[in-house]
Design a protein around this ligand. Sequence first.
Ligand code: ZN
Length: 341
Amino acid sequence: MPPAASRGAQSPPPPVVELTFGASLQGRPLSGTRIGVGPRKLFVVANTHGGPEANTYQLALALQEYFRLNPDEVPPEVSLYIVPTVNPDGLALGTRFNSRGVDLNRNMDTNFDDCPENDWRTTVEGAYGYVSDTGGPFVESEPESQVVRDMVLDASAVIWLHSSGGDVFPALCEHAASIALAQAYAQASGYRYDRFWINYNITGGMHDWAGALGIASITPELATGTEPELAANLAAVQAVLANYERLLPAPSTTIEAASGVEMPALLWRYWRAHGGPDWFGPPISPVVQSNGRATIYFAEQHLVLTPEGADALQPVQRADGGQELWTEYLLHAPESAYQLR
Ligand SMILES: [Zn+2]
């Protein structure tokens, strides 16, 4: 750990903040704890599968308690977010699904990575390989999925806790940062490293969705369906924190968009995660920097990255008007007012 010493004797401990990200279909909060304010955001997200995986909820509560008491273990460069359940209705009702029977780990838009086999569909394979129509009527149809989508959009890494398999696997599509994180987590926890979930094919999974956005993304499957297994997972989270420079990718400033226009990574992620060219149209402008805000115009809409950037819960704002506003802008702004990044 590089905690208090590297922070200096006078520095206060990292702040601990309780957050609510949104609500479930039945109105229960999706909430969590943030420890620290560093730019590399590590999320621990538990209990996507409700009642049958309640031990991941218990684990996350125990991790929350531990890091509230030991915030100095979070390095200054890192923010640690712990979200005990993203399926509070399923937890309350004792079901794997949300309150209208959708498997939240089959509901994400996984269609934009290079792996067709994990693409979202309604008919899915689930626990024990059972096939059912629980993928939802369309991608991210569920309020819980939509909260997850915006909650981790600017994360460096996400650890999605499930049970039970006794292994750890990264996003299915080749992604070096996810693989490195899964291997490190496996080594420190004692769980087996698997390149992918070997029991059946997962479509629309949160880990694959996040990996496709460039987020280091792994799924540890606890060894049992009953115990929180705190020691193993605390050791693994501590190992990730201690090796954050290698395992938690720093927020990148630019990324190449599909059309060849470069834009801040967070704008690109938002555009991609909220429908990409189908919804916004292609980018039609360079990034415009104005008043500390980065704006990019798409054919149908435009997106603005707010000055608060990575520390805001909603760092990207979106509004109607693309082509016409960009044309208007060009009429009134000298060329020196905007710049390619
Ligand atoms: Zn699960």
